[in-house]
Design a protein around this ligand. Structure first.
Ligand SMILES: [Zn+2]
Length: 135
């Protein structure tokens, strides 16, 4: 009389094709990417030229911006994760704007409440550092 263990061995041997079947649990959620993309497109104005990220910590800072026609800059009315430094004034006109996460200066804020980005990573990926000041 065979033991249970021997029977199990025999079954494996008698059907070697079973070994090929991948029974590992599937941790990848194929719908996750799609959900993320949808979430971003909901936030993003369809007319937006890019999604902007902080160049140092990659925090998303703008989903809705227009590319400047002459310079490699973007302007926007609505931003995320940024802090306007109202106590400072550049050229008597602009307040510097910092990333909330890392303090990197990425834009200026004008009297018409428009943000002008000059230091950022834009998606589709373009790295821009138009700043002469240290970051
Ligand atoms: Zn940052």
């Amino acid at each position: 009389m065979k033991t249970v263990l021997e029977k199990a061995d025999q079954q494996v041997e008698s059907d070697p094709d079973d070994d090929i079947v991948d029974t590992a649990p599937d941790f990848y959620d194929p719908e996750a990417d799609e959900r993320d993309a949808q979430w971003v497109s909901e936030l993003m104005n369809e007319k937006s030229d890019a999604i902007l990220h902080c160049p140092l910590c990659f925090t998303r800072i703008c989903y809705d911006c227009q590319k400047h026609t002459e310079y490699n800059q973007y302007r926007a009315m609505f931003v995320f994760n940024l802090k306007v430094i109202k106590s400072e004034l550049l050229n008597k006109e602009y307040h510097p704007v910092e990333c909330r996460e890392c303090g990197c200066r990425v834009a200026v804020y004008d009297q018409e409440e428009v943000y002008h980005f000059y230091h950022f990573i834009a998606e589709p990926l373009v790295v821009v550092n138009g700043s002469k000041s240290s970051c």
